[in-house]
Ligand binder design. Structure first.
Ligand code: ATP
Ligand code: MG
Length: 389
């Protein structure tokens, strides 16, 4: 996957901008608050996902402007395509066009343009509660298994309905019996999501452990564990069948009284977690800044390799401020593993990345871009074998 051109107007602090990146590494450098993350975020929106920074749509339009317009030309192995996003800041709506045809929703861009993003915001993935880890899984899986997003939407709708019943329990007679109909539907969708997640984590575990081992110079190990509120303590589900759905229903029945008391459903994929461990201990509780950052980077690189395996080509890598807090050997390891991919890498200080001697360098200042002289190409022997063999 290659981004050939990016055009932005009235997007965040960018009044108007055109970027023609190279196929390899594109370095976007500049002082704080100049627009580097804004650029990376703009590219990310074309995956059909919301911003990795969270926030509201209206925040994306430049102050004092009603509408932001974003356009990319990109190519996969087959052809060049064009996508546009029109963000109506005043109304808080966005419209997506793929090859000039309006999409039903911006989410329909999912499956057309592929990218993997790392931003400092992703450190909350290890540092904070499970919400961001579930979000990571949901976005990563929906990029490679297109039906996943629909199952997730279906599950969330059913969950809202069940929670509404629980909250208004006094209005319903025989709720415990009647809720079984909802439970069955919820259990079906929840089982499917759990199977997708177990399967994805298994693959992610193998790859990210190998990457983390390399990043840490074989000194530390990374482990992942899916903590399921439904299937914990039992054999993990690998196939969708009646027995697994029944098992899920039994769990819902067991938690009914506490759900009723709390007014919401306490078990299911919306409450599950992904435990990240370094040397067998929680990265959240015991990890250093560098270890936490390295574990998120390992997961992101592994995500990129899994995406490549699933769709047959490298995703565009968006690495926002990835190098901070990492020692030189960890930085080198990351740079070596980006070989063959189109990368957008932001930093404040170019000296760290100049050793790449490859690609394009852009200086970002006040929402404007200035391309600097291209640096030399690397010699063949500087290449590093891809880990995804
Ligand atoms: P850092 O190195 O600190 O991460 P950065 O270059 O990545 O900086 P950005 O996060 O891209 O900086 O933000 C650049 C500027 O964009 C900030 O000063 C921010 O206030 C501004 N900004 C954000 N949203 C809007 C908006 N809707 N309109 C105008 N400016 C905005
Ligand atoms: Mg930034």
């Amino acid at each position: 996957m290659k981004l050939n051109r990016l055009e932005l107007s009235h997007y965040r602090n960018i009044e108007s901008l055109e970027l023609c990146p190279c196929d390899g590494i594109n370095i976007l450098y500049g002082d704080n608050a100049q627009g580097k993350t804004n650029l990376v975020e703009a590219v990310w929106l074309f995956t059909g996902n919301p911003s990795f920074r969270g926030g509201k749509l209206r925040e994306l339009a430049r102050f004092g402007q009603d509408e932001a317009r974003l356009k990319i030309r990109f190519e996969d192995r087959e052809r060049e395509q064009e996508a546009e996003l029109w963000i109506d800041g005043a109304a808080g709506r966005k419209k997506a066009l793929l090859n000039r045809v309006e999409c039903r929703t911006a989410g329909d861009l999912n499956g057309a343009f592929y990218a993997v993003v790392f931003s400092p915001a992703h450190l909350s993935f290890v540092k904070e509660g499970p919400k961001n880890r579930r979000r990571f899984l949901d976005i990563a899986i929906s990029q490679i298994k297109l039906p996943y997003r629909n199952y997730l939407l279906q599950y969330e709708k059913l969950l809202d309905q069940r929670n509404a019943l629980l909250k208004n329990a006094s209005k319903y007679r025989n709720l415990e019996q009647n809720i079984e109909v909802w439970d069955l539907q919820l259990a079906k969708a929840g089982t499917i999501l759990s199977i997708f997640r177990y399967d994805y984590i298994k693959k992610l575990q193998t790859l990210s452990a190998r990457i983390y081992e390399g990043l840490s110079g074989r000194k530390e190990s990374l482990g992942l564990r899916y903590l399921s509120t439904v299937f914990e303590g039992t054999e993990e589900p690998t196939a969708y069948d009646t027995a697994t759905v029944e098992q899920y229903c039994r769990k819902l029945k067991e938690s009914f009284q506490s759900d009723l008391y709390q007014g919401f459903t306490g078990i299911g994929p919306h409450r599950d977690d992904l435990e990240v461990e370094i040397d067998g201990r929680s990265a959240r509780v015991y990890g250093s800044q560098g270890q936490q950052r390295s574990s998120v980077i390992a997961l992101k690189l592994a995500e990129a390799h899994l995406l490549k395996k699933a769709v047959g080509e490298d995703p565009v890598m968006l690495l926002d401020d990835v190098m901070s807090e990492l020692d030189v050997s960890r930085q080198d390891y990351i740079l070596n593993h980006l070989k063959g991919m189109q990368v957008f890498l932001t930093c404040c200080d170019i000296s760290n990345t100049m050793k790449l001697r490859q690609g394009k360098v852009f200086h970002v200042e006040g929402g404007r871009l200035r391309e600097e002289t291209a640096v030399d190409s690397p010699s063949e022997e500087e290449g590093c074998p891809c880990i995804c063999t």
